[in-house]
Design a protein around this ligand. Sequence first.
Ligand code: ZN
Length: 141
Amino acid sequence: MPNKQCPRCNSLNVIKSGIVARRQRFHCKNCNYFFTVQKQGKQIDNYYVVKALQLHLEGISYREIERILGISHVSVMNWVRKYKIKVPENYEYHPTYRIFNHQELTEFMQNPTNLKGAGMIITEIGDKFMLIKWERFRKEK
Ligand SMILES: [Zn+2]
């Protein structure tokens, strides 16, 4: 049986430590971290981990990320914790996003007014593209 690896420090110095919520819990003797193990064979590709963290940084909510990527919001929350991602507070801008295929994306980009006055990133999601655009909140008078 292959040794479990600590998700926090990657040490293999890990022992079984009881069952929590029907899942085997482990204890890392190196960094003292307790963790449970996801269902076997359900390791999520790092590609999606990076995508999910990107979206999180862009201000997309956990539930929305779950909907967009089809990854449980619990997994996303775990990655945010694991990789210590902290999103700076932001009250001036809010993100909107749209999903395009390549042709729609090209058409969107051809219209200069779509590109004016906003920051945006484009990221590949499966066979589509996601465009995240920041819009400034209107100042209340
Ligand atoms: Zn550890």
